[in-house]
Write a protein that binds this ligand. Structure first.
Ligand code: RB5
Length: 146
């Protein structure tokens, strides 16, 4: 499993915690995020992670900013990306099972590190159900991308 991770200045500390957690699980992590608290622009990092996933260079992506909103919007602009901003594990799990989400986002200023790891694990452990109705809806989403 290869995961692309990205963050802006608000997400550096949480990125490091999540990255270490993933590596402990034996997951290969490519870090596209910034590494200092100096102010930077979240679209840059959301795009990098989105493209890595869309191009198949990573199996999944995780993006982190202050709220999770800006960086998820950026990643979600990349064709083929289905991103889910989560503050609890249930949404993360269902986003994989029903929406086949391939990028997970959360806000470092919204949730704590322990919750971030619970969300991450719930998302990684869940499997896309792949039923006809979910496939149809995902096709419809892809049609919206043009
Ligand atoms: C940066 O201050 C903050 O705006 C950013 O991390 C994020 O929360 C935007 O959605």
């Amino acid at each position: 499993m290869r995961i692309a991770i990205g963050n802006d200045h608000a997400g550096v500390e949480m990125k490091n915690i999540v990255k270490a957690h993933l590596e402990e699980k034996g997951i290969e992590v490519t870090d596209f995020g910034c590494s200092t608290s100096q102010s930077c622009d979240y679209p840059v990092y959301g795009e990098k992670v989105g493209k890595a996933v869309a191009l198949g260079e990573a199996d999944l992506g995780i993006v982190i900013c202050g709220t999770g909103v800006g960086i998820s919007m950026a990643a979600g602009k990349v064709k083929g990306v289905r991103v889910c901003v989560c503050s609890e594990p249930c949404t993360a799990r269902l986003s994989k099972m029903h929406n086949n989400s391939n990028v997970l986002a959360f806000g470092a200023r919204i949730i704590g590190a322990e919750m971030a790891l619970m969300i991450t694990d719930a998302w990684l452990d869940a499997e896309y159900e792949g039923s006809e109705r979910h496939e149809r809806r995902i096709r419809m989403l892809m049609e919206l991308e043009g």
